[in-house]
Design a protein around this ligand. Structure first.
Ligand SMILES: *Cc1c(COP(=O)(O)O)cnc(C)c1O
Ligand SMILES: [Zn+2]
Length: 418
């Protein structure tokens, strides 16, 4: 690779994921000029420089309990991030029951619903806000099925940036309430996610805002990769055999791979876990394409897991690579299984995820049942968003409470002890 100078010493430049052209580092580059909008870029790092700034030992002594403990691995100028919202360093729980029920050697749950705006998207939004400030923008914008938008709004509010959000009409109330409370200007688009995305793209181009669209902006997956850096560090740099993640646009799974790849390049782990990409059967363009060994086709968006209801994913190349390069697998699960997963994770582990957050676990169950994951293997399941985001579906999964008059005799007539 040609090394070029940049004002961020550990950044070499960009490589197009489609045509492979290498570009020297420029402050802001979103997609490949030759390939256009589908020419998603990879960010290239100088691991020799990074290796001088971060190691297992340096991390052991780093008191920072946020994703900024990994700033040496981010595409940003070196500065303090202590005033930002505290994103990351979410708990990695060893499963106490579900892993045994599945007959697995080990199961871990990474609860990313415990981020400041309650989803994994905070990892990307934190980095996006940092980048927007670094580049001197005063407004940041994105289109989103909900979580990217609410996290963008929250992280931007903290740092004093304006936010303009485009959401499809169907965005759940919890997420909408978050964006509005964080002071974003919210445009609810009468249409599906594809139409929402296209309107945001046109508006961002016209008004010159910072573009937080995850499919297009290569910086987003670099923020999301911190989930893998944490999983590895929390497991003493011996990650599980598999890591399962729910997939919509494909940026999250791309980031999951990038984090492990970075650690592998730095010699901090000795293998990259196999990555399980999970979608709903109601909207599964990645699973379909992998099964048919064909390019992605636009699909309808028929799932209650709204965060992964993406019929035209914007980050197909990096997402497919995450699974192929890690020798992973793709699986789809029906919405009923997603609701079951929501209830089981809540009841048996005390982790409350939104439908898209627990789809990963439903996928692990399916992969164990079909023999993709073997009993002698270990798995980390990323729970990517909190269940409080979507109370309507939580109640659908959990059922109704027992109704009773305020009287002990009446209580005994109920189903309470049945
Ligand atoms: C966005 C999101 C995903 C999927 O991420 P993509 O980058 O769209 O693939 C999964 N779960 C939750 C909770 C999300 O908000
Ligand atoms: Zn290109």
């Amino acid at each position: 690779m040609i090394k070029t100078k940049s004002d961020i010493p550990h950044l070499l430049g960009y490589t197009c994921t489609i045509c492979g052209t290498h570009y020297p580092y420029e402050k802001e580059m979103l997609t490949c000029p030759k390939c256009g909008e589908t020419g998603i870029l990879d960010i290239d790092y100088d691991y020799d420089i990074i290796g001088k700034n971060i190691s297992r030992e340096s991390l052991k002594n780093d008191p920072d309990n946020s994703m900024w403990r990994y700033k040496a691995l981010m595409p940003l100028e070196d500065r303090e991030y202590t005033s930002f919202l505290r994103v990351g360093w979410t708990p990695l729980y060893k499963s106490l029951r579900l892993g045994d029920e599945l007959g697995l050697k080990g199961l871990y749950l990474k609860d990313d619903g415990l981020n400041p705006t309650a989803s994994l998207k905070d990892r990307a939004s934190g980095v996006a806000v940092a980048k927007a400030l670094e580049l001197g923008y005063d407004t940041i914008s994105c289109s989103s099925t909900g979580n990217a938008a609410s996290s963008c709004a929250g992280n931007a509010a903290r740092m004093g940036l304006n936010t303009v959000i485009f959401v499809p009409e169907r965005a759940p109330q919890g997420k909408l309430a978050q964006m509005l409370i964080f002071g974003a200007r919210v445009v609810s688009v009468i249409g599906d996610y594809r139409e929402t995305f296209n309107l945001s793209k046109a508006a961002i181009a016209k008004y010159g805002w910072y573009n937080r669209n995850a499919g297009i902006n290569p910086v987003m997956a670099e923020g999301k990769k911190t989930v893998s850096l944490e999983i590895a560090e929390q497991l003493n740099f011996e990650p599980t055999d598999w890591v399962a993640v729910s997939v919509g646009d494909g940026c999250t799974i791309a980031g999951v791979y990038l984090g492990f790849r970075d650690l592998y390049e730095l010699g901090m782990i000795d293998r990259v876990p196999r990555i399980l990409g999970v979608q709903s059967t109601g909207c599964s363009p990645f699973v379909d394409a992998a099964r048919d060994n064909a390019p992605l086709k636009p699909t309808p968006e028929n799932t209650l897991a709204d965060s992964i209801s993406v019929g035209v994913p914007r980050n197909p190349v990096k997402a497919l690579r995450a699974v192929s390069a890690s020798k992973g697998a793709w699986v789809a699960v029906p919405d009923e299984d997603i609701l079951d997963a929501m209830r089981e994770m809540g009841q048996k582990e005390g982790v409350f995820g939104e439908p898209s957050g627990v789809t990963s676990y439903a996928g692990v169950k399916a992969a164990v049942a079909s023999g993709i994951i073997r009993p002698d293997e270990t798995v980390t399941c990323i729970c990517s968003g909190s269940g409080l985001k979507d109370v309507v579906n939580a109640l659908k999964a959990a059922g109704d409470p027992i109704r009773c008059k305020p009287d002990l005799e009446e209580l005994e007539k109920t189903d309470l002890f049945k």
